[in-house]
Structure formats: structure tokens, C-alpha cells
Design a protein around this ligand. Structure first.
Ligand code: ADP
Ligand code: MG
Length: 256
């Protein structure tokens, strides 16, 4: 099952993606591939991964030392092998991090490598959780063509909700197959902005209030696994349909 998290910058995408990963781990739900597709990578940090290796770093290293490519092997193939080798393997999940490419041409190249890799790797995992970059550009790069659950996160602002609406529309226009789309209102107390949220046409799946432990954890650079198990954020996520998906006993992801 592929879970993707999108939304405007700073709304809480990475926090939500990391929370999903923590819950999947706690539930022993199967193997998890965490994908940080945000060039401003911080999913690894929030998951407590030390020394995150990024695809961009690997490409840079190979470009600087092309002599390491074995004779008869294409550069792209070698990059793929190296990235696969350097997947961060943690307890409960593996992490694939894109990193920040320099220049628009590089962007496209790194994205193609990431897309190919995701396609290849998916067959080996039960879950993929993708933390996307802010905005909508990533949508048009179509890292995956099939998303089972797309969570669009907004903060308690009209701009955040409108941005969520545009992301949702873009997902439709691009004909990415999305089985279910959800709106998440983060750092929000009650169903504020009802007019705006209604206009998104999305189901309001989750409202997460400002959470002191999350804010403090961010200040201290703590990982999501350092938060208390009974933190209300996890409880609220656990009260949503997210938990129903375990009951369906998903099979390994298909290579698509
Ligand atoms: N419910 C919340 N309560 C308090 N702080 C939060 C909450 N959700 C996110 N944050 C904080 O807001 C900041 C942005 O969150 P982040 O998940 O990095 O957003 P994004 O990935 O969308 O840019 C982080 O410092 C994070 O700790
Ligand atoms: Mg983020």
C-alpha cells in the first residue's frame, strides 16, 4: 500500500509521515519503505536516522569519480546499484532520501532515478510512505502512478486549505491514480475554515491540535520515536480509518 503526504510547506507533512511510520512499526504491519522526496530532506532526521545518505550525494560522488563505474555498466545502472546498497536500513523501516539537486536539469535526472528505484523496490515492501515536497511540482513529476491514500495536510489557514484544494485538483488532472484522498487540518483546534474545507471536496479525515510535545521535540531535534506513546497526536491518528487498513492484510506492493 502506498501512502503519500502532500501539502504546503510547514503544515506538518513530515510530522504526519513520520507518525504513520511509527504506527506501522508499532503495529508490526509489515515492511516499510520510507521515502523522503522533499529536496529539503528532514524525514530521516525526524525518524532518528543518523548519517542519512541521499541519492544526490551518491550521484555527485559518482560524477566526481567516474572511474568507479565497472566496465560495461551504464552510469545510471551503477547509480541505482549504489543507491540500493546505501538504503538506510533501520529497525522497522528502510529509508530512501532524494536530497537537494542543484539546477533544474539535475532535478529531472535525480527524479527519474528515484522513480525507477521506487518502482523496483516496491515489490519488496508491504508499505511505502512518501513525504513529498511542499507545493505541487512534485505531483507533475509523478514519482508513483498509483497512490492508495493521499493525505493532503493544511494548517489552520485559508491559504493552507486552498493550497490543499489545488493539490487535490492537480492530482485529478494529472490522472495519477489515487484511491483515496484525505484532508488533514493540522495545528488546528476545531473544524475552523468550514467553508474553505468544504470547497476542497475532500473528506476531513483528521484534525490535529497544536501539540506541545511535538513543538518541544522539534526545538530539541528529537525523533518521532522519542515522543510518548500516549501522545494525543498518535491517538487521534489511530482513531481514523488509517487503522482499518491493517485489517485488510495488504500483500506485498506490486511492481508497477
Ligand atoms: N500538531 C503540531 N503541533 C505542534 N507543532 C507541530 C505540529 N505539527 C507540526 N509541527 C511543527 O511544525 C513544523 C513544521 O512541520 P513539518 O512536519 O516539518 O512540516 P512540513 O513537512 O509540511 O514542512 C515542525 O517544527 C513541526 O515540529
Ligand atoms: Mg517536510
Amino acid at each position: 500500500m502506498i501512502i503519500a503526504v502532500a501539502g504546503k510547506g510547514g503544515t506538518g507533512k513530515t510530522t504526519l509521515a513520520a507518525s504513520f511510520i511509527r504506527i506501522l512499526k508499532e503495529e508490526n504491519a509489515g515492511s516499510v519503505l520510507a521515502i523522503d522526496a522533499d529536496p529539503n530532506s528532514n524525514l530521516g532526521e525526524l525518524l532518528g536516522v543518523k548519517n542519512v545518505s541521499t541519492i544526490v550525494d551518491i550521484i555527485d560522488d559518482i560524477s566526481k569519480n567516474p572511474g568507479q563505474i565497472p566496465p560495461g555498466m551504464t552510469k545510471d545502472r551503477y547509480i541505482e546499484l549504489k543507491v540500493q546498497e546505501s538504503l538506510d536500513e533501520e529497525e522497522g523501516f528502510d529509508l530512501l532520501t532524494m536530497g537537494r539537486p542543484e539546477g533544474p536539469g539535475c532535478y529531472c535526472f535525480v527524479n527519474n532515478i528515484l522513480r525507477e528505484l521506487i518502482n523496483k523496490l516496491m515489490g519488496s515492501y508491504t508499505w511505502a510512505v512518501i513525504d513529498n515536497e511542499a507545493g505541487m511540482e512534485h505531483m507533475s513529476r509523478r514519482l508513483v502512478r498509483n497512490i492508495d491514500r493521499l493525505y493532503i495536510v493544511s494548517d489552520a489557514s485559508a491559504i493552507g486549505v486552498r493550497s490543499a484544494r489545488r493539490i487535490s485538483q492537480l492530482a485529478d488532472e494529472l490522472k495519477i491514480s489515487v484511491k483515496e484522498k484525505f484532508l488533514v487540518l493540522n495545528k488546528s483546534n476545531k473544524e475552523t475554515l468550514k467553508d474553505e474545507t468544504d470547497k476542497t471536496g475532500l473528506s476531513l479525515e483528521l484534525i490535529l491540535p497544536l501539540n506541545d510535545e511535538v513543538s518541544e521535540g522539534a526545538i530539541k531535534g528529537k525523533s518521532i520515536f522519542n515522543l510518548k506513546t500516549d501522545n494525543s497526536m498518535f491517538r487521534l491518528i489511530r482513531e481514523t480509518s488509517f487503522m482499518d487498513i491493517f485489517k485488510k492484510k495488504p500483500h506485498k506492493l506490486k511492481n508497477r
